[in-house]
Write a protein that binds this ligand. Structure first.
Ligand SMILES: [Zn+2]
Length: 248
């Protein structure tokens, strides 16, 4: 009998370890594989749905002049050599500065980010923010986040027999968009690569991050663009260092 209990305990422990390892390290790999096979039409549907939800919850119509929107949009599209059918750049108003990328090639810039710009001729600081968001799109970070939260929620809902937690988790993940430190680093590195390739200084983005962190000192009031890791000082240093190597 004792042997049997020991056997059951060992098997349980083994399975628990296996599940933990699969979730800890396997979910990133699975989400990457799944993200690559999701058709762009489906990605657009996910992006559209979350945008609609955000419009209801917190985003308002942009108050930026059309001229300003077009100036920033056309400059960025030229830099990344894309058109509006592939990359959808949208402006909205909200009481805090932020920018984010959604599945289906959506980049959303909030008015306050543009208002913080120190250069209304080139808007290189805003362009820097957009290059960072382009990095999130390039690596399909928001899509992977949805898939990952889907995996966890699917298992939870299976065990507790409640599918609503699965749906709630997906919406929550997309709306809060809290990326991991490694995702933010990847997006920053991509932004540096993109800006340097086009000989655009990375210093304006560093200054924008500094200005934002000075304005929003308390962690609780930090906009999402800053509140995620790596910490602002590290990001600013990396962007300043990268700027030294750009021959303008
Ligand atoms: Zn980011």
């Amino acid at each position: 009998m004792k042997k049997f209990v020991l056997f059951v305990l060992t098997i349980t422990l083994f399975l628990a370890t296996l599940i933990y390892v699969a979730f800890r390290w396997g979910s990133e790999w699975i989400s990457s594989v799944v993200a690559d096979i999701i058709p762009i039409e489906v990605q657009e549907k996910i992006g559209e749905a979350s945008l609609k939800q955000l419009e209801i919850q917190e985003l308002e119509k942009t108050k930026l002049p059309v001229f300003t929107q077009e100036k920033i949009k056309s400059r960025f599209l030229k830099i990344v050599q894309q058109d509006t059918t592939h990359l959808k750049i949208l402006f909205y108003d909200a009481p805090y500065p932020n920018a984010f990328a959604l599945p289906g090639n959506y980049i959303v810039i909030l008015d306050s980010i543009v208002k913080l710009s120190q250069d209304t001729i080139t808007y290189n600081d805003v362009i820097g923010v957009m290059a960072h968001e382009m990095g999130h799109l390039h690596f399909k970070h928001s899509l992977k986040l949805v898939i990952k939260s889907g995996l966890t929620a699917m298992v939870i809902s299976y065990f507790i027999g409640d599918i609503s937690s699965f749906v709630a988790s997906i919406t929550h993940q997309l709306l809060t968009l809290s990326y991991s430190r490694s995702y933010e680093e990847e997006a920053d590195d991509y932004a540096i690569y993109l800006l340097k390739k086009q000989k655009i200084p990375t210093l304006p983005l560093a200054h924008l991050l500094e200005n934002m962190s000075k304005t929003y000192k308390e962690e609780s009031t930090l906009p999402a663009f800053l509140s995620t890791h790596p910490v602002t000082e590290e990001r600013v240093k990396k962007l300043k260092d990268a700027n030294l190597n750009i021959s303008l």
